[in-house]
Design a protein around this ligand. Sequence first.
Ligand code: UDP
Length: 327
Amino acid sequence: MKVLVTGGAGYIGSHVVRQLGQAGHDIVVFDNLSTGYRWAVTCGELVVGDLADETAIAELFSQHRFDAVLHFAANIVVPESVENPLKYYSNNTRNTLNLLKVIQQHQVPYMVFSSTAAVYGMPEETVLTEDLPLAPINPYGASKMMSERMIMDLAAASSLNYVILRYFNVAGANPDGLLGQATPEATHLIKVACECVTGKRDGMSVFGTDYDTRDGTCIRDYIHVEDLAKAHVMALDYMADGGESRVLNCGYGRGFTVREVIDVVKRKSGNDFPVQETRRRAGDPAALMADNSRIKKVLGWQPDYDDLDTIVGTALAWEKIWQGKQG
Ligand code: UDP
């Protein structure tokens, strides 16, 4: 298939691009390089551009006849979305609308969309099914929920088929050390802990130790980026085989506490970096895990890296390579 990957120079997109290339797809990456990198595009052609630029995307679609669009390009930092909501409604929601206009105009048959467990907000349940009501508690989650809705509405009114993937906590890196998370000001737990090991940070905080969980810290469902990438390739195959539009959670269905994650990073690295216990971070639910029965049934997806030691090990190896690349 000829596929357009928006945001294909970023963390998750770059891992997906590599797997799409291995599966024999013909790839065009469209990325504004705001948080992505040229070196991360290991297959296909890179077009540098912004989805806010409707002329640029019109030109892109007039030059290529895409069978599928995988849409990753977005901002993803929750606290930033609270401070600057319109950045999120512009870059995530409005830019998805821009993309959908050309998808409609050129009758692109398939779309895979990067969504997030943040669309569920603060549910009472700890294991989440796709049928829960959507109630995001921050502009990031709302910007993705609105994008989901636009995709569903366009699909209902046209021949577009979609798979919306709701990611849980994505972490880890390509096991060959080729790719990994290079986000400049990362806030995600495993990345932050790995930066403590390389000395990029002097230490880190645990946000809240009074949650109703086994050790008082929040529980999250950490999924290896290569397993997540595989779900995208399988989603394309599923639609090409005639599968109907679906919304699918992407997680392993189990969780680890913040303390458990930090302990694994310390044990695997042999580095006992300073950790400070601080108060809760706004908007953090105590525990979030995916009910992943639907993705297993619909796509036949099975994880290959469901092991916290492996996730942390690949993230640590990458962090050292990445710090080395930067000098
Ligand atoms: N967390 C933490 N210290 C950090 C970063 C994150 O204690 O430096 C906690 C955070 O409060 C949450 C969990 O780790 O309970 C996962 O947070 P992250 O930002 O990685 O992902 P989120 O679940 O918010 O998408």
